[in-house]
Write a protein that binds this ligand. Structure first.
Ligand code: SIN
Ligand code: CO
Length: 401
C-alpha cells in the first residue's frame, strides 16, 4: 500500500444554517475555523426572520437626542457622498427620495429590547466583547461604500435583499479615499459577491474590505459588532490606572548624585534610577526608555514653550547669518537634555527629539548662547537649523561697541 499523503480540505466560505443555528456549525467549530480568521456566509442562519424593529421606528429613533445616527446619500453621477449626523429631523427624511440613501443607527440594542434579544444567539462570545447592534435601513443602491472595519461583525439581513462584495485577498489595498469623511477605500476589487436574503448572515473578521448595497427594494441589515481596544488604548488606560494608585510623595530621587560629567546628559545612572522607580517598565529596552524620558523631562512642568519663527530659515540663510558673526541664543523657555544612544546621541528640547553629535548636544545644554565653530558638519547644521526653526535657538548679531 502506498503511503497516504494527508490533505486538508479547504474550509467552505459559505454554509447553510442547520439545527445548530445560527452559525451552521457548533460555536466551537466556528471559533476554531472562522472567528478572527476568515469570512463566512451562513445562508438561512435565522429561518423566517422578521425584523424586530420597523423602518419607521428606526427613523423615529434617529430623531431622538443622544442616539447615534447617520443619514448617508450617494450621488453616483458626481461620485459624491453626503453624510448628516443625528439627531435627525422629519424634514431630513422628506428629501431622501427612493434610491441611493441609507440610515444607520448605532446601539439600537440599548434602546429596543426586541433588538437586544437578537444578541442571545451570540452568548457563546464573551459579553464584554460585544459592542452593539447597528441597524441600517437603505433604499435600492444605498450603502456606506467599500470600507474596512477594525472589529468582527455579523451582518444579518433583516428585510429585503443586500448585495455584499468582499475581498479575501490579504494584500488588498487599504488606503482611504482622501475626499470622503466615510473612510471609504480608494480601491476595492471583490473576490466574492453574494445576494443576501432575510435570515442570511455574513460574518467578517476585522480588516476584510467589504461593500453592502441595498438591492431591489427597501433593505434592513442588523450588524452585531464586536469591540476590541487597541494596544494604545490598553497601554494608556493601564498607565492611568497604575498612576492613580501611586503616592505623589514617591518621586524620582537621586541621593547618590555625583557631579555632572556632561551638562544636560541623561546618563546610564539616571536611567537605572528610572528603572527602579518604574518596575512595570522593566520590559522596555534602553532606547525606548531613553527616548520617552528625554521627551517627557524636557516638557515636564514647562509653563511656556518657544514658538517657531514666523518665517523658517533655510540652510543657506542660517550659514550666512553665522558667517556674518551671529550667535545662537537659547530661548529662555527652551529646556534641553541629551543622551547617548547606540549609534548617535539624541538632543531633546521641550518634548521633541533630534539626532545630534554628542559634543554639540552637550554644548547646547551647557551654554545659553554660543557661536558655532565654522565650517559645520552636515549633521551639526541640520540640528542647528531644526532648533532655529522650532524657536529654540535665536540667531543674534551682537552689536559692536
Ligand atoms: C450597513 O449596514 O449598511 C453597513 C454595515 C457595514 O458595512 O459595516
Ligand atoms: Co462595515
Amino acid at each position: 500500500m502506498t503511503n497516504l499523503a494527508p490533505s486538508r480540505k479547504p474550509l467552505p466560505i459559505e454554509v447553510r444554517g442547520t439545527s445548530r443555528l445560527p452559525l451552521g456549525m457548533t460555536p466551537a467549530q466556528f471559533l476554531r475555523d472562522y472567528w478572527q480568521k476568515r469570512p463566512l456566509l451562513i445562508r438561512n442562519a435565522f429561518p423566517h426572520f422578521t425584523p424586530p424593529i420597523a423602518p419607521e421606528d428606526l427613523a423615529g429613533l434617529a430623531c431622538e437626542e443622544g442616539v447615534l445616527a447617520r443619514l448617508i446619500r450617494h450621488d453616483e453621477a458626481r461620485r459624491r457622498w453626503q453624510v448628516k449626523t443625528g439627531p435627525l429631523a422629519e424634514a431630513d427624511f422628506a428629501k431622501t427620495g427612493n434610491a441611493h440613501w441609507t440610515l444607520l443607527v448605532q446601539d439600537v440594542d440599548k434602546w429596543d429590547a426586541d433588538v437586544a434579544a437578537l444578541l442571545e444567539p451570540f452568548a457563546f462570545l464573551p459579553s464584554w466583547r460585544v459592542d452593539d447592534i447597528m441597524v441600517s435601513y437603505a433604499e435600492p443602491g444605498g450603502g456606506v461604500g467599500a470600507h474596512v472595519d477594525q472589529y468582527d461583525v455579523f451582518l444579518l439581513q433583516g428585510l429585503g435583499q443586500r448585495h455584499w462584495a468582499i475581498s479575501t485577498d490579504p494584500h488588498a489595498p487599504k488606503d482611504f479615499r482622501p475626499d470622503v469623511e466615510l473612510k471609504q477605500l480608494a480601491r476595492f476589487e471583490p473576490t466574492h459577491e453574494w445576494l443576501l436574503e432575510p435570515g442570511d448572515m455574513l460574518y467578517l473578521p476585522p480588516g476584510v474590505p467589504h461593500d453592502g448595497v441595498a438591492f431591489g427594494g427597501p433593505c434592513m441589515t442588523f450588524s452585531v459588532g464586536m469591540r476590541a481596544p487597541s494596544r494604545a488604548e490598553l497601554t494608556g488606560d493601564l498607565a492611568d490606572y497604575l498612576a492613580e494608585r501611586l503616592d505623589e510623595n514617591q518621586r524620582y530621587a537621586d541621593p547618590d548624585l555625583a557631579p555632572a560629567k556632561a551638562a544636560g546628559e541623561i546618563d546610564r545612572t539616571a536611567l537605572a534610577r528610572l528603572r527602579a522607580a518604574l518596575p512595570f517598565a522593566a520590559p522596555l529596552d534602553e532606547e525606548t526608555l531613553r527616548d520617552w524620558f528625554g521627551r517627557f523631562i524636557t516638557r515636564y512642568r514647562n509653563a511656556q514653550t518657544p514658538a517657531p519663527p514666523a518665517k523658517p530659515l533655510g540652510e543657506t540663510a542660517l550659514l550666512k547669518r553665522l558667517r556674518d558673526g551671529a550667535q545662537l541664543l537659547r530661548h529662555p523657555w527652551s529646556r534641553m537634555a541629551w543622551s547617548r544612544g547606540k549609534a548617535t546621541a539624541t538632543l531633546f528640547a521641550n518634548g521633541q527629539a533630534w539626532p545630534a553629535p554628542p559634543a554639540l548636544a552637550q554644548r547646547l545644554c551647557a551654554q545659553r548662547g554660543f557661536t558655532p565653530d565654522l565650517p559645520l558638519a552636515q549633521d551639526e547644521l541640520a540640528l542647528l537649523l531644526a532648533l532655529v526653526n522650532e524657536g529654540h535657538l535665536l540667531p543674534h548679531r551682537p552689536r559692536h561697541r
